[in-house]
Write a protein that binds this ligand. Structure first.
Ligand code: DCP
Ligand code: MG
Length: 355
């Protein structure tokens, strides 16, 4: 049976909280970020400021150049976090199967929690209504049969939107002529590589399916499936994401002596784990590799240092461990595990950049 997933994303979150708390800011372009003379970047801005082409991650100096009469404010993360807790508390009354993506965004799987008398639209409207009356804020809500369809639906009518994409056909009709990076998992880098293959839109993904499958391996398979509307990802509730470690391992059909090949495998694993750990909003302090030799002897090697989540950082640590393993026998299995997981401190890096 299809799932019913709701994706909620607050509108201009930090800016909306500031406008709510100081109504004199309403109607004026408001930019939250570093001061105009600092090296900071824009965290967000309200919709008035967006008319000037200002957006998240833009250099504040550039934002100031575009809109010198705008109001520029530093973010107050503690305040937004407290508001976020209240938002999450509202969501929690509809289902316990919630995956929080950031302070202002989350997926709610309501498949099993909805009563017979309710439709997904009742729940979506109720969430919007309560967010408005109890917190004085607006959000955009998407209803989908999968995580990707729910997310695209919430973006569709932003701000204060409500939209549903309830079948693969509807999803495909909506996205077929959109850029390839509409597909979850297609970031800048992948989009560039796709463009080199002449693939620019979702339609091109269908046309050149074979080319993608041969050039991108398992990532290609996932791109093609998602483009066709097949998205089996489960909403991962908080309690499940509390697992103490995240790992993956691979047993080879034949024992391997080619070290360069093993390094490529480790790199692919690091990429996979990076996606997983980022989805859980975590950093890992400890990286452990596991190696089983052809004679079934297994060894593990660990390194603990600052928390990381990027694939290249994970791989770097894996490589430093693998380099010092004595490779005198063929290898049957390799694995990586990430532990010492800590929460991503929301935007702290960004704050540091600004101060
Ligand atoms: N944020 C940030 N730096 C970024 C992006 C976002 O600090 N590069 C912060 C500020 C945002 C909040 O996270 O208010 C939520 O991010 P969104 O991408 O959901 O953006 P907004 O909620 O601000 O706007 P929208 O209405 O487009 O969702
Ligand atoms: Mg938002």
């Amino acid at each position: 049976m299809d799932k019913i997933i709701i994706h909620v994303d607050m509108d201009a979150f930090y800016a909306a909280v500031e406008m709510r708390d100081d109504p004199s800011l309403k109607g004026k372009p408001l930019i939250i970020g570093g001061s105009p003379d600092s090296r900071g970047v824009v965290a967000t801005c309200n919709y008035e400021a967006r008319k000037y082409g200002i957006h998240s991650a833009m250099n504040v100096k550039e934002a100031y150049r575009r809109c010198p009469h705008g109001i520029f404010m530093y973010p107050d993360i503690a305040k937004y976090r407290a508001v976020s807790d209240k938002i999450h508390a509202i969501w929690n009354t509809y289902t316990k199967k919630i995956e929080y993506m950031s302070l202002d965004e989350g997926y709610l799987d309501i498949t099993d929690s909805m009563t017979d008398a309710q439709t997904p639209f009742d729940i979506a409207r109720s969430i919007k209504e309560r967010t408005k009356t109890e917190l004085g804020l607006t959000c955009s809500v998407g209803i989908g049969y999968s995580m990707m369809s729910a997310k695209l639906a919430s973006e569709e009518k932003k701000p204060d939107g409500l939209y549903a994409i309830l079948s693969r056909e509807e999803l495909i009709n909506l996205i077929i002529d959109r850029p390839a990076d509409t597909i979850y998992g297609v970031g800048k880098q992948t989009a560039n590589r796709l463009a080199e293959l002449g693939i620019h839109t979702v339609r091109d993904i269908y046309i050149h399916e074979e080319r993608i499958l041969s050039s991108f391996k398992s990532h290609g398979k996932s791109i093609v499936r998602l483009a066709k509307g097949i998205d089996e990802r489960e909403v991962m509730p908080y309690y499940e994401s509390e697992a103490k470690s995240i790992g993956t391992e691979h047993t080879f059909e034949k024992d391997i002596s080619d070290m360069a090949y093993l390094e490529t495998e480790f790199l692919a694993m690091a990429k996979k784990l990076s996606l997983k750990i980022k989805r859980r909003n975590k950093f890992a302090k400890t990286v452990t590799i596991k190696i089983t030799f052809a004679d079934m002897q297994t060894i593990t090697r660990s390194k603990t240092a600052e928390g990381i989540s990027d694939a290249d950082k994970i791989y770097e640590r894996v490589k430093s461990l693998f380099d010092i393993v004595e490779k005198d026998r063929e290898i049957r299995l390799i694995g990586i595990s990430l532990s010492g997981l800590e929460d991503v401190r929301y935007k702290q890096l960004h704050l540091e950049e600004m101060l």
